[in-house]
Design a binder for this molecule. Structure first.
Ligand SMILES: Cc1cc2nc3c(=O)[nH]c(=O)nc-3n(C[C@H](O)[C@H](O)[C@H](O)COP(=O)(O)OP(=O)(O)OC[C@H]3O[C@@H](n4cnc5c(N)ncnc54)[C@H](O)[C@@H]3O)c2cc1C
Length: 398
């Protein structure tokens, strides 16, 4: 069929994971088509969406390798040097400090829209990547030796392998018949930026109350990203409040730890639903990013896992190609599946368990979480493991 364009890989979704995946595949020598429903302008100049992404050291290394990191402005990068977790009004705390690691910071915060813009710029400047924006996928057909993707607008792309990076609610995943486990936490997360009088000391603070969780993530200067987890109705109420009332409400929730606070950005609300695909691969098909594993944001692993997924997939495909093999064949894909599942599954289960324990309103649960914080703070082996997961500094070069 003459209207079909041929590539080595077609990626559906130009979110941060899809664009980084395209870069990783292009770097591995493949010609990549990226098909995205959003218009080009939304990709080139993505709007602020309230998310500040905490990146591990391993993620920084991956982003550098993809040529994405150098495109992020220094002013958009804020170090997290310490983390402080508390529960209710209890004085007990679980503390993490970068000085207990070999690193200058536990991790780095970068706004999601800055990552998306940098990944877009890196992708469009790569001659091995063709980006087709404003194209909604209408059908996917898998044959013996190729996959053909068609858009509603009548365009078509064909390759030996299809990679879906089309969000945690991936239509492509469902279209090829892969089920996903979903956990609806029945809560929403409201995120925004706030300025405050007291210095945050480059410390991320997370406090679990019975009916809400409040966290602050340190940005450059006397500004923090505020993350409030509440019911959908309360999130709507907070979002619609006058700015001054909202600021006073958050200051009170935060027990004035950061002094007087003022809203300094738009407010954004995200429903909290975690997803884990039952399989990450199928015939001539692989899932990356949130389409494979959509995490609850509390442990800040989501995009870090997305970066890891594309890295592991690209490496598996490089091996298959080096052996002269078909990159859409099962062996390379199954290697990716087993490696990424082994890495992601424990993080996914541990994150969901933490959320359940720290949002359970029963009095016994309150006792358990207070005790858990105290024990965890004093138990050096636990802190060692938790710090390793937070920073991923021990995985550099893996
Ligand atoms: C409040 C919040 C805080 C977070 N904090 C962190 C953090 O600190 N650290 C961290 O690592 N992660 C964090 N995350 C997670 C992180 O934001 C996500 O993991 C990441 O954005 C997912 O990227 P993605 O490319 O997989 O999916 P998405 O960003 O959802 O992109 C999917 C893309 O696919 C496109 N698409 C969908 N369907 C189609 C179709 N049919 N045809 C064509 N295109 C399609 C969409 O338009 C979109 O561009 C946070 C998330 C939230 C909500």
């Amino acid at each position: 069929m003459s209207d079909v364009e041929d590539f080595d890989v077609v990626v559906i979704g130009a979110g941060p994971a899809g664009l980084c995946s395209a870069k990783g595949l292009a770097k591995s020598g493949f010609r990549v088509a990226v098909v995205e429903r959003q218009p080009q302008t939304a990709l080139a100049e993505p709007a602020f969406d309230g998310r500040e992404i905490a990146l591990t050291h391993r993620s920084l290394q991956i982003l550098r390798g993809l040529g994405v990191w150098p495109r992020i402005a220094a002013g958009d990068i804020s170090p997290i040097k310490r983390a402080d977790v508390s529960t209710g009004t209890s004085p007990k705390r679980l503390r993490f400090d970068h000085r207990d690691t070999p690193c200058a910071a536990l991790g780095y915060l970068v706004p999601n829209h800055a990552i998306r813009r940098a990944a877009y710029e890196a992708a469009v400047e790569d001659p091995a990547i063709s980006l087709f924006a404003g194209q909604d996928v209408a059908s996917v057909r898998t044959d013996h030796d190729s996959v053909t993707v068609r858009s509603g607008g009548g365009r078509a792309w064909r390759a030996p392998l299809l990679v879906a990076a089309d969000s945690r609610f991936s239509d492509t995943r469902r279209g090829v018949g892969i089920a996903a486990d979903m956990v609806d936490f029945g809560k929403c997360m409201l995120v925004c930026r706030m300025q405050h009088d007291h210095a945050h000391d480059e410390t991320a603070r997370e406090c679990f109350f019975e009916h809400c969780t409040v966290a602050s993530l340190p940005l450059n200067g006397n500004e923090s990203s505020l993350v409030v987890t509440v019911t959908a109705a309360e999130a709507r109420r907070l979002q619609e409040m006058e700015a001054a009332d909202f600021s006073a409400d958050i200051e009170a929730k935060f027990q004035a730890r950061l002094g007087s606070m003022r809203l300094s950005s738009t407010r954004h609300v995200y429903p909290l639903v975690a997803t884990f695909a039952r399989r990450f691969v199928g015939p001539r098909f692989a899932l990356v990013g949130d389409a494979a594993v959509g995490m609850h944001p509390v442990t800040a692993h989501g995009f870090n896992l997305g970066l890891r997924s594309q890295d592991t997939l690209a490496e598996s495909l490089r091996r298959a190609a080096a052996r002269g093999g078909d990159i859409g064949a099962a062996d390379g894909l199954l290697r990716y599946e087993s490696r990424h599942r082994r890495h992601a599954r424990p993080l996914y289960l541990a994150t969901n368990a933490i959320v359940r324990l720290y949002t359970d309103p029963r009095p016994l649960a309150a006792l358990v979480r207070r005790a858990a914080l105290e024990v965890a703070d004093r138990f050096a082996p636990f802190k060692h493991v938790a710090l390793a997961a937070l920073t991923e500094a021990n995985r550099l070069g893996n």
